[in-house]
Every structure is written in structure tokens, then in C-alpha cells.
Design a protein around this ligand. Structure first.
Ligand code: BG6
Length: 475
């Protein structure tokens, strides 16, 4: 009973949020490099190229490009069994459309993966995590353009071949379903390098963009399995249940429809075909999505091996749209849930929602799962002794791990691993802040980029170490 033997306890990051070194090793400019720092309630600005004098927090990140050896050693000290990161596409193909990769970039990840193994960690790697080459946005319009399929597959195959003996667990696109929220520019830009124009039907564009990504992902899965049949290649979605406000059937239907906006992505990547609710929507709206000959077969053949997802929060909705009042964490999910407390950034805290999500996904897809992000952003300052007593983080993780355990023991879900987000403080994707801290390890840097970049252990460091050492028994 409890967590299976070999359970992958670890943590997750993304290249652009911690590496820095944005112009080193031949790296090109990514979409993350043209986003300024925002804060809670103030969106990050997407600038037209890099504008001198503006604050671009991803340019330096936490300087992991230079400190990864020391950082991985600290994470290794916690007993991490795995470490999830992404390969910055712009280190391998700086502009995205080159025919030959950048050797210096490839070498960096060789060293990084070697170092992970040295510290006892299995690499878990995302190919595209909000950091596509900016050149592909400017020259091709991002994923609107079918050419992106070939560029991405070239990138994926290059990585698969190079790291076939070092990396077994892969994911194609991070939180591919974020872009369902077409009215938040950050989502389309980070997922797909798309900047919507005012006079276009954003949903028509979204479905075309998603189709290109589905085909690219499926082709990558097919190619990956040829390169190494032991590869496990997953999709990755941001998931959280959307609850109906009441037992009024209209609320229930609204919740189902809200979830379908996300399931759409999982359904294609895990089941290999477009679900009927989307085909009907296209028909009703008169959308003519350009699907080339062979694409549907590719989707069917390139289904994923496992279902990876991030879980931060749940949402709630009503059948009465006039009651929708706010954007929660950037998503217009509907209404407030009075049963749940929220983080300082307004994200509802819902451990039971994680168990609900695990159950629902298990039943829908019958695939092994991996929770590749979970955590809470907190404001933190060292006390007079230089300590960070992050009891709120410990309580958050304890409650979520307890629900994971019940999902395994009582509900029979097949869960491979758990990677809390940002085990070392890093730049927030949504706000660009440093001070939205997720880590077990504190990094001395503030929102303006000031600080020594020194690392030190928070109270949760030893707590998570104990959790891993006891395979989740001692919480
Ligand atoms: C997910 C992303 O959306 O959530 C991460 O995959 C991100 O890149 C994480 O950092 C937490 O969100 P935020 O906005 O608090 O950084």
C-alpha cells in the first residue's frame, strides 16, 4: 500500500525560468526573452523585440546556466529521483528554422543530463515549454504556420537522437491547453507564438494552431519510438476540476462544457482523434480547419504513452454567465468557490481537487499519469536568523500528497511520479516575478533583479527530504 516502489519523487522547472544566459552558448532569442516583468494583476508586456532599458527577468533567470552543478547537488541532497526541465529550443536551433543544430547548446544539455544522473535523478524533459524561438513568431506567425510542424519535429528528433541513452521520459508541449483562453494574450504567445489580431476569429485560429501542434506532437511520438522504443513520451496539460456551483442541471452542463475546453487537447493526444463535440462545434461555427491528407492517421498513430499534468487549483462555474465576475489566475473560469481559501495570487487551494482530477483522468484515458507540477507561490523573507519557515508550503504539499495517496490506495490510479513546481525559487511564468516563490531552496533575488543570487535551504527542504526518504509515508 502507499506509493509504489520506484515512485519518481522530484521537482520541475523550465529552461527559460531559471537558466538565464540568454545570449550565451549561441542561444537565440525566445518568446520568453521579450516579456517584461509584471506582477499580480499587472500582465507582463510582450514587446516587439528586446527593448533596451526594460526589465526582462528571464534574461538572467537565477543563472542556473552557470550554477546547475551546485543547484543539482542541493536537489540531490533532498533525494530527488527525477528532475523535470525543458530543453530551450533556442539553444539547439537559435532561430528555429536552421537545418543544423547548434553544437554548443546540445553539449550544455549533455552535461546537464549527466549531472542529473550523477546526482541520482532521472531526467524528465519537456521539448516546448513557453520558450519557442522568437524568429518563428516574426517570420512565420508562430504555430499558425504549418511549416512549424517540420521545424519542431526536426528539433524533437535532434534531441531524441542525441539524448537517447540519457533521457527516457519526454513531453512534447507544456500545458498545451492554456491557449484555450484566447482573451489572455500571454497564453497564445507562450504556447504558440501567436499574437491575435482584433479583426480575426480567435477560435478559428486556435483550432488551426492546435491542429499543427497535434500533428507535430504525434510525429514526434512516432519518430521517438523508432529512435528508442523504451522512450515514454507524454502530453502535458494544465488540469483542475471545474465544479458546478449548485446541483442545478444548467450549472452541471456549464461545468462539463468548461472541462471540454481542456479535454479537447488531451482527447486528441491521448485517444488519437478529434472528439465529436469539437467536430460539431467546427461544423456549427463554419470553421474549415486545414487538415492535410494523412494527418488523421498520424494523430491516431502518435498517441502518447502517459498523461502528464500540472495541478494548482480548481475552478467553479455557473449556468448563468452574467454571474461570472473575475479572471482566476488568468482564466475566465467563472465564479468564486466559497469553500476554498486562495493563495496571495488568487489561486484557490484545493487538495481534494487533485484526487478528483486523478480519478477523472484515469477513467477517461486509462493511461499512467505523472503530476509534473504542483505547488504554491508565497511571499517570503528570511527572518532575523536568516531562516525561511515556510509552514504554509509544507501544509500545502502534505495535503496534496495525502490525496495522491488515497487516489492510489483507494481509487486505483496509476501514478508514476510527482514533481512539485520550482523546487528552487525561479522567475514566475505568469507574472515574471521572482517574489512569487515556490522553492524548497531560497534564491536571493528580488523583482527588480537585485540580490546576491545566493541559495539557501528553507524549512520545507528537510521536510521534503524526509517525504522522499520514506516514500511518502512520513508527511
Ligand atoms: C505553469 C507553467 O503554468 O505554472 C510554469 O508550466 C509556471 O511554467 C507554473 O511557472 C506556475 O505559474 P506561475 O505563473 O506562478 O509561474
Amino acid at each position: 500500500m502507499g506509493f509504489p516502489k520506484g515512485f519518481l519523487w522530484g521537482g520541475a522547472v523550465a529552461a527559460h525560468q531559471l537558466e538565464g544566459g540568454w545570449q550565451e552558448g549561441g542561444k537565440g532569442v525566445s518568446v520568453a526573452d521579450v516579456m517584461t516583468a509584471g506582477r499580480h494583476g499587472v500582465p507582463r508586456e510582450i514587446t516587439d523585440g528586446v527593448i533596451p532599458g526594460k526589465n526582462y527577468p528571464n534574461h538572467e533567470g537565477i543563472d542556473f546556466y552557470h550554477t546547475y552543478k551546485e543547484d543539482l547537488a542541493m536537489l540531490g541532497e533532498m533525494g530527488f529521483k527525477c528532475f523535470r526541465t525543458s530543453i530551450a529550443w533556442t539553444r539547439i536551433f537559435p532561430n528555429g528554422d536552421e537545418l543544423e543544430p547548434n553544437e554548443e547548446g546540445l553539449k550544455f544539455y549533455d552535461d546537464l543530463f549527466d549531472e542529473m544522473h550523477k546526482n541520482g535523478m532521472e531526467p524528465v524533459v519537456t521539448l516546448s515549454h513557453f520558450e519557442m524561438p522568437y524568429h518563428l513568431v516574426k517570420e512565420y506567425g508562430g504555430w499558425r504556420n504549418r511549416k512549424l510542424v517540420d521545424f519542431f519535429v526536426r528539433f524533437a528528433v535532434t534531441c531524441f537522437k542525441r539524448y537517447k541513452d540519457k533521457v527516457k521520459f519526454w513531453m512534447t508541449f507544456n500545458e498545451i491547453n492554456n491557449q484555450r483562453e484566447v482573451n489572455v494574450p500571454f497564453m497564445a504567445f507562450t504556447n504558440s507564438g501567436v499574437l491575435y489580431q482584433d479583426d480575426e476569429d480567435k477560435y478559428a485560429v486556435l483550432y488551426q494552431v492546435a491542429h499543427h501542434q497535434f500533428v507535430a506532437s504525434a510525429k514526434a511520438v512516432i519518430e521517438g519510438h523508432i529512435i528508442n522504443p523504451d522512450f515514454q513520451i507524454g502530453c502535458m496539460l494544465a488540469m483542475g476540476p471545474c465544479y458546478p456551483e449548485t446541483c442545478n442541471p444548467a450549472d452541471q452542463l456549464a461545468a462539463i462544457k468548461e472541462m471540454d475546453k481542456s479535454y479537447f487537447f488531451g482527447d486528441v493526444q491521448a485517444r488519437g482523434h478529434y472528439p465529436s463535440y469539437i467536430l460539431k462545434l467546427w461544423e456549427n461555427k463554419g470553421y474549415n480547419i486545414d487538415i492535410e491528407e494523412g494527418d488523421l492517421e498520424t494523430l491516431q498513430q502518435g498517441t502518447v504513452d502517459y498523461f502528464a499534468f500540472s495541478y494548482y487549483m480548481s475552478s467553479a462555474t455557473s449556468g448563468d454567465r452574467s454571474r461570472f465576475k473575475e479572471l482566476q489566475g488568468g482564466f475566465s473560469t467563472g465564479i468564486d468557490n466559497p469553500y476554498l481559501k486562495k493563495s496571495d495570487w488568487g489561486w484557490p487551494i484545493d487538495p481534494l481537487g487533485l484526487r478528483i482530477m486523478l480519478n477523472t483522468l484515469q477513467e477517461r484515458y486509462e493511461l499512467p499519469m505523472m503530476i509534473v507540477e504542483n505547488g504554491i507561490g508565497l511571499h517570503e523573507e528570511p527572518d532575523e536568523n536568516g531562516q525561511i519557515n515556510d509552514d504554509a508550503r509544507i501544509a500545502y504539499f502534505k495535503a496534496h500528497i495525502e490525496e495522491m495517496k488515497k487516489a492510489i490506495d483507494e481509487d486505483g490510479v496509476d501514478l508514476w511520479g510527482y514533481c512539485p513546481w520550482g523546487p528552487i525559487d525561479l522567475v514566475s511564468a505568469g507574472t515574471g516575478e521572482m517574489e512569487k516563490r515556490y522553492g524548497f531552496i531560497y534564491v536571493d533575488k528580488d523583482n527588480e533583479g537585485r540580490g546576491t543570487l545566493k541559495r539557501f535551504r528553507k524549512k520545507s527542504f528537510n521536510w521534503y527530504k524526509k517525504v522522499i526518504a520514506t516514500n511518502g509515508e512520513d508527511l
